[in-house]
Write a protein that binds this ligand. Structure first.
Ligand code: AMP
Length: 462
């Protein structure tokens, strides 16, 4: 029986994988100008990292986590009927998002030393959520995210938002169809009272709201703002708004973030109902949505400030903030807008053999070209010369080198420029000498990569 990839996952075939890699490269380049460095944390963590950080009552943790048990612990749990006897460090889960793991790593390795500059880190990789799969909503999806730890300043918030918007712009996300929503969720000073007022509001309207929202009143009342149920949404329109309940410090912080965005010319919409799904947010939260062609999954990225998270993960008080963008959602937005840039496979040249007697020389030349940093191919299937040219055409190479026994007897090969169709005989030894000058490029040699076109003039290099 042949198997398919599990529901809600997608193979990244070469074209998509190239796009993923070039997107991550672009992110690394842009984020680097803002001082961000890469970090890779494990794909799974001790479950507490997520339950404590993201919050047990959130959908992401409460309903959608992929729980992992290593072989032995799995067997033990099966034998005992449950896994309550497992130690906390034996209870693992696949990461549903990147922030909790990065903050855990920052705490573990003390990456934010007291008085030092903020730690600026970015990551890229798969996340796992056992959601109901649909267009734009997968069970394994890919995020690129950034985290900045060690600053409470509004400039850090504005910088984070600007960096995200610049990235989307650079990738071709249609800015005219994109909106940036922002809000402040307050802090320990003002949010508890606000939370209580929303809880009270839900209880006052219990009869009009769904069972889940009634439950949320006690567990996570602010999540009622995200309820998809129309009746709940209608009721929540009149719920108290956080912006009317912010303490002076939070209000001032929020005003400054907005002023900085204004000064940078970044347009935003204030949305006092934007609460985002995770418990760890404080003060600034933001979400980027594409308003056309995305169906119900319009959010392509989002984030916010999480000044308490480092403490929750067992560290010193360390303010922080970050964002994550959804790669698959961004690709959907680019497809809808017709701006998805192709990142084609690059093959510079093809070395064709007239008959099997020249294959060893061809192979030798292919190896020398690759050592010089060129991407070259040759036939591995014993195809006819005609088929080899077809293959070279299909690969879109600029140059084909044809090795035939007659030319080879004189130490020559025929080089054809595939766009101009110009041909000339080139001395193989000269070509190899030319390539040898560039040998080692692949292993970090300093010379600029040789151009395949130079081979065309290899005789001149003698
Ligand atoms: P979140 O961590 O929920 O704020 O998600 C950040 C971004 O990841 C969202 O804006 C989406 O673009 C993307 N995302 C979240 N969940 C999924 C999913 N199940 N499938 C695909 N993309 C997702």
């Amino acid at each position: 029986m042949a198997y398919n990839a599990p529901e809600g996952t997608a193979d990244m075939l070469p074209a998509a994988a190239r796009l993923w890699r070039s997107t991550v490269d672009s992110a690394a380049k842009l984020f680097g100008t803002y001082g961000y460095e890469p970090i890779y944390t494990p794909l799974f963590e001790i479950t507490d990292v997520f339950t404590h950080g993201i919050g047990e009552a959130t959908d992401v943790v409460g309903k959608e986590m992929f729980v992992v048990r290593s072989g032995e612990n799995y067997k033990r749990a099966l034998a005992e009927g449950d896994d309550s006897k497992l130690k906390s460090k034996q209870k693992l889960s696949l990461r549903p998002e990147g922030t909790a793991g990065v903050v855990r790593a920052v705490v573990q390795h003390n990456l934010v030393e007291q008085g030092a500059a903020p730690a600026k880190l970015f990551y890229a990789g798969p996340m796992f959520r056992a959601e109901r799969p649909q267009k734009g909503r997968l069970r394994q999806f890919h995020q690129i995210g950034a985290e900045c730890l060690g600053s409470t300043e509004p400039t850090a918030d504005a910088e984070m938002i600007i960096m995200l918007m610049r990235f989307f712009e650079k990738m071709g996300v249609p800015m005219g169809k994109t909106r940036l929503l922002i809000n402040s969720m307050g802090d320990d000073n003002c949010r508890p009272a606000y939370r209580e007022s929303v809880r009270q509001f839900i209880l006052d309207h219990e009869g009009e709201m769904c069972e889940e929202c009634r439950r949320r009143a006690d567990t996570n009342p602010l999540r009622a703002f995200d309820c998809k149920n129309e009746a709940c949404a209608h009721v929540m329109e009149n719920a108290p708004k956080i912006t009317d309940h912010l303490c002076d410090d939070c209000r001032e912080h929020y005003e400054q973030v907005k002023a900085l965005l204004d000064a940078a010319g970044v347009k935003y919409i204030e949305d006092p109902t934007l609460v985002r799904g995770l418990d760890y947010y404080t003060r600034t939260v933001f979400e980027v949505q594409v308003v056309e062609g995305m169906g119900s999954q319009s959010a392509i990225g989002g984030g916010g400030r999480y000044d308490k998270l480092a403490e929750i993960e067992g560290g010193r008080p360390t303010p922080g903030l970050g964002f994550a963008l959804g790669f698959e959602r961004m690709v959907l937005a680019l497809e809808a807008a017709g701006t998805l840039a192709d990142s084609p496979k690059r093959v510079d040249g093809y070395i064709a053999c007239v008959d099997p007697s020249v294959r060893a020389t061809a192979f030798d030349l292919v190896c020398a070209a690759r050592d010089a940093g060129l991407s070259v191919e040759m036939d591995h299937q014993g195809k006819s010369l005609k088929s080899q040219f077809k293959m070279a055409d299909k690969l879109g190479v600029r140059v084909v080198i044809v090795l035939g026994p007659d030319e080879l007897a004189q130490g020559k090969a025929r080089v054809r420029n595939m766009s101009t169709h110009a041909e000339r005989l080139v001395d193989i030894a000269a070509a190899k000498r030319l390539l040898a000058q560039f040998g080692g490029n692949l292993v970090g040699g300093g010379a600029a990569p040789v151009s395949i076109d130079a081979l065309f003039d290899a005789e001149g290099a003698e």
